[in-house]
Ligand binder design. Structure first.
Ligand code: FMN
Length: 195
């Protein structure tokens, strides 16, 4: 397969909300996870920038049709990018109910990547910079946007579709994801082969 030019990848990135019932290969999942905020050198720097290199984002994976991977809900080890199985329950429909409005693509996607964040550490770190109390969370959202774009562009490079879903009921979504303080959800990426 010929590699797409970066310009063509940018052009091909389009929100996709209808997916084929076709498995995504676990190697593609690994590449999406690395693209998100994988390490690019031994100093711990990553594919996405992070204010003061705090790296407050965490990735969770709802795998429902991934070739070579047991279906279930996983966290991603931020140091190694390894998947850590949390449980084998399919939470997609619960995530859909926890979204704002009618978003059936959450239940239909073979893969949902959820970007969550520790908001407390950046808020403390940037507490002395105006707008006081808000700069840390502003930076978290900027970083999540960069990570989401990395994932969507890696998916586009492989011909895989995705849509960013940030219309979430935060507390209900946190409960479905089983998040504990200081983590809170920021967005999901629903991923699959375009129908
Ligand atoms: C911050 C943000 C939040 C979004 N939230 C949702 C969402 O909750 N549900 C959804 O289906 N699309 C969501 N989208 C995707 C937009 O609807 C989509 O990017 C827009 O329609 C433009 O289409 P394109 O991505 O194909 O360029 C969101 C996009 C952004 C940047």
């Amino acid at each position: 397969m010929n590699k797409l030019s970066f310009n063509l990848i940018l052009k091909n990135r389009r929100s996709v909300r209808e997916f084929k019932p076709k498995a995504i290969h676990q190697d593609s999942l690994k590449r999406l996870i690395w693209a998100a905020q994988g390490k690019t050198n031994n100093s711990g720097y990553r594919t996405a920038p992070s204010a003061h290199a705090l790296h407050p984002l965490r990735l969770f994976v709802t795998a429902s049709n991934i070739e070579g991977t047991v279906s279930g809900f996983y966290s991603v080890d931020p140091e190694t990018d390894e998947l850590i199985l949390i449980h084998e329950k399919d939470i997609r429909n619960d995530l859909e109910k926890a979204a704002i409005g009618d978003q059936p693509w959450i239940t239909e996607a073979p893969l949902v990547l959820s970007i969550c964040a520790d908001f407390i550490t950046p808020c403390k770190d940037f507490a002395d910079q105006p707008p006081y109390g808000q700069r840390g969370s502003r930076y978290v959202y900027i970083e999540a946007g960069a990570v989401a774009q990395n994932i969507q562009l890696q998916a586009a490079e492989e011909g895989i579709g995705s849509v960013l879903v940030a219309g979430l009921q935060d507390e209900v979504t946190a409960t479905v994801l089983g998040l504990e303080e200081p983590f809170a959800p920021v967005l999901h990426l629903c991923v699959g082969w375009p129908a």
